[in-house]
Design a protein around this ligand. Structure first.
Ligand code: ASP
Ligand code: MG
Length: 417
């Protein structure tokens, strides 16, 4: 087996048991040369987001930071028998660095500060896991991914500088043995921390695999693989054994949350297969995403996105919704960072279902009202049914108030109240 990349998410290392289990996964899968990418432990990214929010509201609840501190310290206490093991000091050094930053910082730029703070989740998790691997007899080397993975200065959604990243990784990251590093975080040309967007660790794994021509990438999850639906909301969710890149990109585009959308593109380009497997049952085959048939088994796939906003627009003077109107609308949607999930237009109206991720809805609507008649439905759900069958559609529409329905070749989308 050639060189591969494993990615472990927050749920897989949410406590000491999780970290121990990670070692079990390595044992059971008989790894060779490997890069391990790890996210922040459990909900630590959320906790660090709270630290940032508190800092800006000048009500820095110091207990949030204490919580982060205690969380990591307690996991370390459970993992390391020797209380004077160097890892305790390493954890403290990182936390002191973070506190030092918060004390010294003068930047009013929220997103910049966010990245300088939130990156500690991954720095801490990898420090702990690396020390534990060593205690368990693995020779693994910890790397600060920020020395390799370079982005621009779009804090909170850094755009990868592929050229520099490729050069750094291929020159400096060994392809022999076990290398352990952080997902999600990176740095800009000046060495300030950046992040790749929430849930970005899968993307990191793909970037590394792409730059180093890995043989495969495995994402270890708390689910058996990619399912045809979220079992919390749909009854007949089944495990998909195989999905083509194309289909996986479509599913991710429509909002399937299992694979981060940006993750698939670099892998597809080099045809590096992606495996999604359960860290609880590492022997099971999980889901494979690679070139080949569309989807197996061929079943309807359901995707549900909540908290969407449906905006319906028509011209004030009953004139047609034509190119320049629509062009104007899209310009505004872009300006206000609305993620567009669905559009539908007729001669005199234009509807768009968006994700108000950046909370810019009110400002956008004010702008739109200057030129259009605007109706807004907040808090709607968007359902996408891929490989739709009549039966599946009937089932999906049952007991729902449908505001808008769009039927394309084998894909149906519904916006419901
Ligand atoms: N820790 C980051 C987050 O929770 C990145 C990731 O988990 O992929 O968003
Ligand atoms: Mg996470």
């Amino acid at each position: 087996m050639g060189f591969e990349v494993y990615k472990f998410g927050g749920a897989s290392v949410q406590n000491a048991t999780g970290v121990k289990n990670l070692v079990e996964v390595l044992r059971k899968t008989e790894i060779g040369d490997l890069v391990i990418v790890i996210s922040a432990m459990g909900k630590m990214t959320n906790a660090l987001e709270d630290v940032v929010a508190g800092y800006f509201e000048a009500t820095l609840k110091s207990d949030t930071l204490e919580l982060v501190e205690a969380f990591h310290h307690n996991i370390a206490l459970e993992l390391f028998e020797n209380p004077s093991a160097p890892v305790f000091k390493e954890i403290q050094t990182l936390l002191n660095e973070l506190k030092g930053f918060l004390q010294r910082n003068k930047s009013p730029d929220y997103d910049f500060v966010y990245d300088q703070v939130v990156c500690y989740g991954e720095l801490l998790s990898t420090t702990i896991v690396n020390a534990y691997l060593e205690q368990e007899g693995y020779r693994s080397t910890w790397h600060d991914i920020r020395e390799y993975l370079k982005t621009d200065t779009s804090y909170r959604e850094g755009k990868v500088n592929w050229e520099v990243t490729m050069r750094n990784l291929s020159r400096k990251l060994p392809r022999k043995g076990i290398q352990l590093t952080q997902g999600f975080i990176a740095s800009d040309a000046n060495g300030f921390s950046t992040t790749l967007g929430r849930e970005g660790s899968d993307y990191t794994a793909a970037i590394i695999a792409y730059c180093l021509n890995a043989e495969r990438v495995t994402i270890w999850k708390d689910v058996p693989g990619v399912l045809s639906a979220d079992p919390r909301y749909f009854e007949d969710a089944v495990l998909l054994n195989f999905i083509s890149y194309q289909e996986a990109i479509e599913l991710a585009f429509y909002g399937a949350s299992v694979i981060h959308p940006k993750t698939l593109q670099p892998l597809q380009r080099k045809e590096i297969p992606l495996f999604v497997k359960s860290f609880l049952n590492p022997e099971n085959s999980g889901t494979q995403v690679s070139i080949g048939q569309l989807i197996e088994p061929h079943v309807p796939c359901y995707i549900r996105k909540t908290n969407q906003v449906l905006i319906a627009l028509s011209s004030l003077d009953f004139s047609f919704m034509a190119e320049e109107n629509i062009g104007e609308i899209f310009k505004l949607l872009g300006q206000y960072k609305m993620k567009v999930d669905l559009i539908q237009n007729s001669a005199i109206s234009f509807s768009v279902c968006v994700d108000n991720k950046y909370k810019n809805l009110e400002a956008l609507v004010v702008k739109l009202r200057a030129d259009f008649k605007v109706t807004v439905h907040q808090d709607v759900s968007l359902y996408t049914l891929r490989h739709a069958t009549d039966k599946a559609l009937v089932q999906l529409e049952k007991n729902k108030e449908v505001l808008l329905k769009q039927v394309m070749q084998n894909t149906v989308q519904l916006v419901t109240l």
